[in-house]
Design a protein around this ligand. Structure first.
Ligand code: AQP
Length: 339
């Protein structure tokens, strides 16, 4: 079904706060690998329209968007090799989302666990945008006819919905227009967990700053957060099987494996038998070695906001060469006069 489509990767990150280690290992690091592999065109996006599905202070949102752009570049995204954009600067995302709001069913969106988690008990007070979030995400992907989407484990359900929307659109209108996109959920860090609670995902909106490592944390702060990370009293096992039922231990090993580009088994072969008091400083040293060049570069780029804005403006022009014709064809398929 996807054979006739140009191999193209799309993925995005919300500027809803500072970048976390979860975003970096689960998404950004893999975005760079896919860019450098050269087998696909790559489009990466700051999804500011998604961020406003919950309240954002305007000045903070603008700063977070530029900081996220700096994070992409500092992590290795090359705005010449990849198309790097801010979602609201490419209006076809929102235009296609409206069409998809009319394709997606209430029942489908009602099943989305992220909406349930984020809306909490007070669903009546959640924004309509938060409910419709997955239809906008489907539009983000399909406005590029993207064939592959690298994401963390938490986005799996939204990717399934994207596939359902594409299939229903194709079926409703008797076309083979949208690809059935493949999720790419790979690597040791598809789900980085909170440092305070191994059952919760590490998240930029967690009220506890100790629960996460921010990409802008100082080296001392990174080391301190890892030292204080919750663990159990047992020594580390020598094989992955020994991590079963030990969520916090498993999380720290996965983080190490992702940073070191090693398998979990290879890490455990090295550190099995060690106490956390010995392992945590090893992890802290590795995290600092990998993250501090990125945060230094982010800080440097943040001193040049005009350069960041120019990169995003150029990205939007390149993006619209792809998105404008796809929106036009969508409107023609749907029957919009003047498309
Ligand atoms: N903890 C995580 N482990 C692995 N991958 C993660 N991602 C996020 N957290 C983790 C991946 O990062 C990409 C961008 O996510 P997002 O910022 O658009 O939204 P999110 O998943 O809701 O991230 P946060 O940090 O939890 O943001 P808030 O707190 O604003 O909701 C996605 O590919 C995601 O899988």
């Amino acid at each position: 079904m996807t054979a006739k489509f140009t191999p193209r990767v799309f993925s995005g990150i919300q500027p809803s706060g500072g970048l976390t280690l979860g975003n970096y290992l689960g998404a950004m690091k893999r975005f760079v690998q896919m860019q450098d592999a050269g087998s696909h065109e790559t489009v990466y996006c700051m999804v500011d329209l998604h961020a406003i599905t919950v309240w954002q202070d305007p000045a903070t949102l603008a700063r977070a968007t530029r900081e996220l752009c700096a994070g992409f570049i500092a992590s290795g995204i090359d705005p010449e090799k990849s198309i790097l954009i801010n979602q609201s600067q490419v209006p076809e995302h929102a235009q296609l989302a409206w069409v998809f709001n009319c394709v997606a069913r209430m029942g489908w969106l009602n099943r989305m666990t992220q909406f349930k988690d984020k809306a909490g008990k007070n669903r009546e007070n959640a924004s309509v945008g938060l409910f419709a979030y997955p239809a906008l995400m489907a539009a983000d992907i399909l406005i590029y006819h993207a064939t592959h989407v690298p994401v963390g484990e938490d986005q799996k359900q939204h990717l399934e919905l994207t596939r359902d929307i594409a299939a229903k659109f194709n079926n409703d209108f008797g076309v083979d227009f949208f690809p059935i996109t493949e999720p790419v959920i790979e690597g040791a860090a598809t789900r980085v967990m909170s440092l305070r609670d191994g059952s919760k995902k590490m998240s930029k909106s967690d009220p506890s700053d100790q629960s996460r490592i921010n990409m802008t944390d100082s080296t001392d702060m990174i080391a301190q957060k890892i030292r204080k990370a919750r663990t159990d009293p047992d020594a580390l096992p020598s094989e992955a099987k020994g991590l079963e039922g030990r969520a916090e231990a498993s999380n720290l090993i996965n983080i190490y494996a992702a940073f070191a580009d090693m398998s979990v088994d290879a890490v455990l072969a090295e550190v099995g038998g060690k106490q956390f008091s010995e392992f945590k400083p090893m992890l802290a040293d590795l995290a600092v070695a990998k993250l501090s060049p990125i945060s230094t570069e982010m800080a440097r780029l943040m001193e040049q906001p005009d350069e960041i804005d120019a990169i995003l403006a150029r990205g939007a022009v390149r993006a619209r060469e792809i998105t404008a014709p796809i929106l036009k064809q969508t409107y023609e398929i749907v029957g919009m006069v003047g498309a």
